[in-house]
Design a protein around this ligand. Structure first.
Ligand SMILES: *Cc1c(COP(=O)(O)O)cnc(C)c1O
Length: 388
């Protein structure tokens, strides 16, 4: 098809030209005396994205889900107990990873479309008087359903229970898009990948560790090799990596950090809120419901839209793709066929989204879901027009 494709899935997100150019590099010697400048530029600025002054950031050639494993195997001893909340496919996979590694995971189930309930976390931790639970696993922004948990409230619940558990936060679809306050929220391990808010191809996993979490690394008895942070820290301290770094992606990440920090993380979060408000207005104007059960928990990085009973969201996605060149996210697992997801994170703006929403409207009509053409787009434009 001529013209541009609208990649409106919640990751990978479109890679801006500036980052494409930054990655277009000849290979170089990653053991040369010139190399540490790049490592230092990245590792010194990654913490600013999440407002981290406590601890360190790490980068692995890997993806977001690999960082679940990296965080756990460096801090939690074999067979230990963990507490997790499940409210979507990504929180489910985080739990699956922990169990596959041999940990015992107590699971608090929440309906899909809801978020973590701090009161239930507090009760579960208060009941653990022997302090067996080593960590709380939380997905900040559940990409399967388009909801955002309140990390600060979860930390407050852990503190109210006077429990020493570490707080592990999956920030794959929030970090570099939504507000993320590593220090203030008392996060111990936060993880992400490069293909969402960082606007890069998949291929790097990013792990943030607090001083408290780092203090566990040396004594941790969990077997680990590739994800062992000990050689990583020794090498990083000299500006190097233990194995061959993904050079192109590192150049991209360095430039992505410049872009994000030039804009400012507050402005980045405000931009995502602004765009999300328009998409939410469109969904309401179509007469459809978001998967998010309450507007206060609706995500600013993506919107999951329920299709009416008797319709299959997969048909809407296929029509949008084949007829209008728009890629939408699908419903995963429990919500397969029940919803489609519109990504509005990373390198996007109101007119790009207006185009994507136009494609969604036509696909909805084509699938026999009655929406008035222009209704959602008009509602979004009313949110986005600059009236001041
Ligand atoms: C995308 C995503 C992941 C998986 O990341 P990969 O890079 O695909 O491994 C994990 N958690 C959340 C919340 C995500 O959105």
């Amino acid at each position: 098809m001529a013209g541009r494709h609208f990649l409106q899935i919640p990751g990978p997100t479109p890679v801006p030209d500036r980052l494409q150019r930054a990655m277009h590099r000849a290979m170089e010697d990653h053991r040369s005396s010139a190399f540490p400048a790049l490592t230092r530029s990245i590792l010194s600025r990654l913490p600013q994205v999440v407002h981290q002054t406590d601890g360190e950031a790490f980068v692995f050639p890997a993806t977001g889900s690999a960082m679940w494993e990296a965080a756990l195997v460096n801090t939690v001893n074999p067979g230990a107990r963990l507490l997790a909340v499940r409210f979507g496919q990504f929180s489910h996979l985080f739990i699956h990873t922990a169990r596959a590694l041999g940990y015992q995971v107590d699971v608090i189930e929440e309906p899909w479309g809801e978020v973590a309930d701090p009161a239930r976390i507090e009760a579960a931790l208060a009941a653990d008087t022997a302090h067996e639970i080593q960590g709380v696993l939380l997905v900040h922004n559940e990409t399967a359903t388009g909801v955002t948990s309140n990390v600060a409230a979860v930390r407050a619940a852990i503190n109210r229970a006077h429990h020493p558990a570490l707080l592990f936060v999956d920030g794959v679809s929030s970090i570099a898009s939504l507000d993320f306050q590593f220090d203030t929220w008392g996060v111990d391990c936060a993880i992400t990948g490069t293909q969402k808010g960082f606007m890069l191809p998949a291929g790097l996993g990013i792990l943030y560790m607090s001083t408290k979490a780092l203090a566990r690394v040396d004594a941790c008895t969990m077997p680990r090799a590739y994800f062992d942070l000990r050689p990583m820290r020794t090498n990083n301290a000299q500006g190097y990596f233990p194995s061959t770094p993904a050079l192109s992606l590192l150049y991209g990440l360095d430039e992505a950090l410049t872009m994000l920090l030039e804009e400012g993380m507050e402005a980045v979060a405000a931009r995502h809120r602004f765009l999300a408000n328009g998409v939410r207005a469109a969904v309401a104007a179509w007469g459809l419901s978001p998967c998010a059960k309450r507007v206060e928990i609706a995500s600013d990085s993506l919107t999951a839209v329920m299709v009416p009973e008797g319709h299959d969201a997969r048909q809407v996605i296929e029509l949008a793709f084949t007829r209008y060149d728009v890629s939408l996210g699908s419903g995963l697992s429990e919500v397969a066929g029940k919803l489609f997801r519109i990504g509005h994170l990373g390198d996007t703006n109101s007119l790009t989204l207006a185009g994507a929403l136009s494609g969604v409207e036509m696909a909805l009509c084509d699938a026999g879901i009655p929406v008035t053409l222009g209704s959602g787009v008009g509602a979004a434009l009313s949110q986005w027009r600059v009236t001041a």
